[in-house]
Design a protein around this ligand. Sequence first.
Ligand SMILES: NC(=O)c1ccc[n+]([C@@H]2O[C@H](COP(=O)([O-])OP(=O)(O)OC[C@H]3O[C@@H](n4cnc5c(N)ncnc54)[C@H](OP(=O)(O)O)[C@@H]3O)[C@@H](O)[C@H]2O)c1
Length: 302
Amino acid sequence: MNLRLLIVGASGQLGSDVTRAARSRPGMDVVSLSREDLDLSRSDEIAGILGRRDFDVLINCAAHTGVDSAESDIAAAVSLNAHAVRELARACREAEARFVTFSTDYVFDGRADRPYAEEAAPRPLNVYGASKLMGEALAAAEWPEATYVIRTASLFGTGRLGRDGGNFVETMLRAASGGRTLRVVDDITMSPTWSGHLAPATLALLETDAPPGIYHLAGGGAASWYELAAAALSAAGVDGELQPVSVAEYPTPARRPAYSVLDCGRAAELGLRLPSWEEGLAAYMAERGRAVGLSAPVGPSP
Ligand SMILES: NC(=O)c1ccc[n+]([C@@H]2O[C@H](COP(=O)([O-])OP(=O)(O)OC[C@H]3O[C@@H](n4cnc5c(N)ncnc54)[C@H](OP(=O)(O)O)[C@@H]3O)[C@@H](O)[C@H]2O)c1
């Protein structure tokens, strides 16, 4: 019998790639719910809406992902990243379905000098990270038997192209094509991840006998934001001027960990390993070139 997947947050970067990967995978029946079908900010409605659905696995790709805006709107971040996640886990328990939800490298404080393994102690530096950590804990408390928390990092995907423009790579390409020198932070190191690599790995995890718990899944290798920007410009053939700066010179509302590279050892033990971030970037660039409305590889924002 086919695995019945219910995907929440399907219009986002990761959600659109998970939906696409699941639809092209044999043995999966896929239903995607939009925000109109299920508004997660109304957490009291989640149980009723999901109670009318049949599913074996619920994959939650929705989140409040505004890291800086979360600092001034704590309630919105906690509502989506914690309360709603708990309600989704509870609905999965009622349905005896597995629950997959995504978390972040921003649960860590960045003081490490080697990649963070799943069991490393979290200590978020910002509201977004704290709200995601709360979501992890509430989901695991609600449905420990079948909750899978996948921590990932620095996502880029084509899912939101043509809407809000969407991710760091796009921001850099747009700004560079405007001809100005870009000052990009070079003392924050992380694991850039193409959502097109993460999506099939997530589905593959579900096809293993993996026990529930926390898994890290991120692009291989590590890069600073400056290195990612430089690689993106080079891949797009854009001659932008880039200037490395320190985070002290470029303060943002949310503090970010200086080093948040993820050690994806648990998934690797199951034979699951994402390609390097450079391969992810190359695949992303090829895909964005093919995307509707992006006939030119780089263009100014509409
Ligand atoms: N982006 C990153 O760099 C990054 C890094 C580490 C971890 N993560 C985690 O990875 C996951 C996927 O991130 P992403 O980058 O794919 O996110 P994204 O592109 O920002 O997409 C977020 C999704 O959440 C939906 N959503 C927002 N508010 C909602 C609400 N009230 N009710 C229902 N749906 C709502 C959005 O729907 P609309 O389209 O209708 O707004 C969209 O589909 C998230 O858990 C995120 O925390 C992301």
